[in-house]
Design a protein around this ligand. Structure first.
Ligand SMILES: Cc1cc2nc3c(=O)[nH]c(=O)nc-3n(C[C@H](O)[C@H](O)[C@H](O)COP(=O)(O)OP(=O)(O)OC[C@H]3O[C@@H](n4cnc5c(N)ncnc54)[C@H](O)[C@@H]3O)c2cc1C
Length: 410
């Protein structure tokens, strides 16, 4: 396997690096009077015009509509990561719903929602999980009934990230109660700001409330706000989940995190010397770098398969799992380095509660625990890798009903 980039890719890398040098951060005069978010918005617009961001989004929806080219995209991600330059607006809407609509939505849905979502003008939340229906998602009970040209929704969702702020939700509801469980689900879009929806924040041990319970009592959405056909929501939800996992599994993020950890190990003192000189820390960092390289090279294998239009098979299943495990290990070493100081967080919204300091690591640590559950738990992911990737026999305890292999979020 040749792991080097072609000379064209390296030349392109230089072009991107030069462009970034000139464009990020914004110049002092451009920055004046702008919040950081506004600076990012200015930069994103420019980077999209230059063809670096929103590459898979058609121009009519605010993207740069570039030819799909996985190597070019990878080089851009790597160079932007090195410079800490903003990538696309990150959010449930951009990462999950937009690709789903582009792949499976009606034209009017693309016109109405895609550009505004890409620009961050409207935000979304994901209404999948219910009490008792997480891993076994297909057992979900929230009902959608068609009454006088409208879907009327009754039931409850849980762990809904961003539900308080979100303008809209994409939601899985049971519309065909008599059909087998996977065949009875539809994928609807729904306006969150309506009397039939009550959002109750779930307070976490960190003091903040990122998740919510969402209760639907005769909530309504128009008949045509359905993605895919009635009863085929399960199929549509697989498209969304594929994009959720890809975004969690990206290899440059683990690289960035590791580089930060190495910097911390150089800056932190242990027995009066930089921690990076300590044999135990070096050993742990070395081991971790091994994992990270394996993860990165698996990413290259996925890229190679994608380039050839082949199915990367087990590799795609592995990246989400390995990136969450690496994220956890990185944060754990950082906290060990920081000792008690690790409890103080750099205005990190996840820590809340007044513990302010200069380090982001406790937030990363807490988040690494959550990310191992979001989008399908690590246990379920291991089952999927074992069964679908390695061809091992099915987990004896798993639900035997069709398609529920290794849990529904899988
Ligand atoms: C950070 C975060 C963000 C989230 N955001 C959203 C969101 O926006 N919208 C949304 O709909 N949901 C969201 N979720 C919910 C998430 O999808 C579920 O938590 C997840 O699918 C697991 O479901 P559960 O919590 O019901 O756990 P359960 O399914 O009850 O699982 C409990 C434990 O049992 C294990 N287990 C269950 N079945 C099996 C099996 N067959 N084989 C082996 N082990 C098994 C699991 O691995 C887990 O360890 C979020 C979760 C987190 C942590």
């Amino acid at each position: 396997m040749d792991l080097s980039y072609s000379s064209e890719a390296e030349a392109f890398r230089e072009t991107v690096a030069k462009w970034l040098e000139a464009n990020w951060p914004l110049s002092e005069s451009e920055k004046e009077g702008l919040s950081f978010e506004e600076q990012c918005a200015v930069f994103r617009k420019r980077a999209t015009e230059a063809g670096y961001l929103n590459r898979s989004i058609p121009r009519q929806y605010g993207g740069s509509e570039q030819e799909p080219d996985v190597i070019t995209a990878q080089v851009i991600r790597e160079e932007f990561s090195k410079k800490w330059a903003p990538m696309e607006v990150r959010g449930i809407g951009t990462m999950m719903l937009v690709p789903t609509l582009l792949e499976r939505g009606e034209q009017w849905m693309k016109d109405k929602f895609v550009e505004k979502t890409v620009n961050g003008e409207i935000t979304w939340c994901q209404g999948y999980s219910e009490p008792g229906s997480g891993s076994d998602l297909a057992s979900l009970k929230t009902r959608g009934e068609l009454v006088d040209g409208e879907w009327v929704i009754n039931g409850q969702k849980i762990w809904t990230t961003n539900a308080v702020e979100a303008d809209y939700m994409f939601i899985l509801v049971r519309t065909e109660p008599d059909a087998p469980k996977h065949a009875g689900i539809s994928y609807l879009l729904i306006d969150m700001k309506q009397p039939g929806i009550e959002v109750r924040p779930l307070k976490q041990m960190t003091g903040t409330a990122e998740f919510n319970e969402v209760f639907f009592t005769d909530a309504k959405t128009p008949e045509d706000w359905i993605v895919g056909k009635r009863g085929e929501g399960w199929l549509v939800s697989r498209t969304t989940l594929k994009h959720e996992r890809n975004s969690i599994g990206a290899t440059e993020q683990t690289d960035m995190l590791f580089n930060r950890l190495v910097k911390l190990a150089k800056e932190t003192k242990l027995d009066g010397k930089p921690a990076i000189e300590n044999a135990d820390i070096r050993d742990r960092l070395g081991q971790l770098e091994g994992y990270i390289l394996a993860h990165k090279y698996s990413g290259f294998r996925q890229l190679t398969a994608d380039m050839k239009g082949e199915d990367p098979g087990i590799i795609r299943l592995m990246t989400k799992l390995s990136s969450t495990e690496i994220g956890h290990k990185v944060a754990k070493i950082a906290l060990d380095l920081l000792g008690d100081d690790g409890m103080f967080s750099a205005g990190n919204h996840r820590m809340g509660g007044g513990l302010t300091g200069s380090q982001p690591w406790i937030g990363h640590y807490m988040m690494s625990l959550g990310i191992a559950i979001a989008g399908g738990t690590a246990n379920i992911q291991r089952n999927v890798i074992a069964e679908r990737g390695l061809g091992l026999p099915r987990d004896a305890a798993a639900d035997q009903s069709k398609g529920a292999s290794a849990g529904g979020k899988a």
